[in-house]
Write a protein that binds this ligand. Structure first.
Ligand SMILES: Nc1ncnc2c1ncn2[C@@H]1O[C@H](COP(=O)(O)OP(=O)(O)O)[C@@H](O)[C@H]1O
Ligand SMILES: [Mg+2]
Length: 262
């Protein structure tokens, strides 16, 4: 006897299935689940009601396409991973995002994958990307040593909050692009929100091993990739100028004057 397919489980693959099988989704789903067409049809009706699918056309010729909720989940080996390839090849084709959100998401994902490749020491990374009517949500989890242990060892920063606050690299920029960003590793979970910039609040840690970074960007964000990267560069310039000033007051003052004149 065929079991009733799970709606939740189907949301992990229905976006790609609808793109690949717009005209024959019922037989495809029935075959995939090893179930009757009747149960596959019932599942598709549930997915349409929950906005995971749109359907159009008269009954025997019904066509399906992805709805307002979309999801792609992929696992990649870290060895030889090109950091921009997952977005262009597997993820972007499944989404329908405002252009500015797509550009920020592409940049953030490439940065997080680059970090997993360069810093994690792990073997694989899982990327889960979900579009909702309000947000783009990405979760990038590797199976490496964990960012907070890494920061403690290589940056001599044992405090996870200070470790994230002192980042002047891609992580800081990714946090500035996001409306919400979570970083989980080494039994620590931290979250920064757009409405509370500069504050990493504790969260219940979720990753058993490695590093998991969650980034949510509102679809109606007023930010752009350029405005965020420019603001970060300016903030980092002030910060970089302030360092020599703190240590060597005279040289620091010269550096600030030059930066203002430039
Ligand atoms: N996935 C990861 N696993 C382990 N350590 C990480 C990971 N991502 C980032 N880090 C640590 O956090 C630091 C800051 O990252 P980032 O701000 O992206 O700067 P960068 O990549 O230029 O060093 C890295 O240098 C590394 O030590
Ligand atoms: Mg980086």
């Amino acid at each position: 006897m065929s079991h009733r397919p799970s709606l939740f489980e189907a949301t992990t693959w229905i976006t790609e299935a609808a793109l690949q099988h717009p005209d024959d989704l019922v037989p495809h789903v029935a075959h995939r689940l090893g179930t009757h067409r009747r149960l596959a049809r019932a599942l598709l009706r549930q997915l349409v009601a929950a906005q995971w699918l749109h359907c159009s056309g008269p009954k025997p010729l019904v066509r399906y396409r992805p709805g307002d909720f979309r999801q792609v989940i992929r696992r990649y080996a870290l060895a030889g991973l090109q950091e921009d390839q997952p977005w262009t090849q597997d993820i972007a084709p499944c989404l329908a995002l405002p252009e500015q959100v797509a550009r920020m998401a592409r940049w953030a994902l490439a940065e997080l994958l680059g970090n997993a490749v360069a810093h994690s020491g792990g073997r694989a990374v899982t990327v889960s990307v979900r579009q909702t009517p309000l947000q783009l949500q990405m979760l990038v989890s590797d199976d490496g040593q964990g960012i907070f242990d890494k920061l403690a060892l290589s940056h001599h920063e044992p405090d996870p909050v200070q470790g994230l606050l002192s980042s002047r690299g891609g992580l800081q920029r990714t946090a500035l692009l996001a409306d919400v960003m979570d970083v989980h590793a080494n039994q620590v979970g931290l979250q920064q929100c757009d409405w509370d910039r500069g504050h990493w609040a504790p969260r219940r840690p979720v990753s058993a091993r490695g590093t998991a970074v969650y980034v949510a960007i509102c679809l109606d964000t007023g930010r752009t990739l350029e405005s965020v990267l420019q603001a970060a560069a300016q903030a980092n310039q002030v910060w970089a100028d302030a360092l020599p000033m703190a240590r060597l007051p005279e040289r620091g003052l010269v550096a600030v004057t030059q930066a203002t004149q430039a």
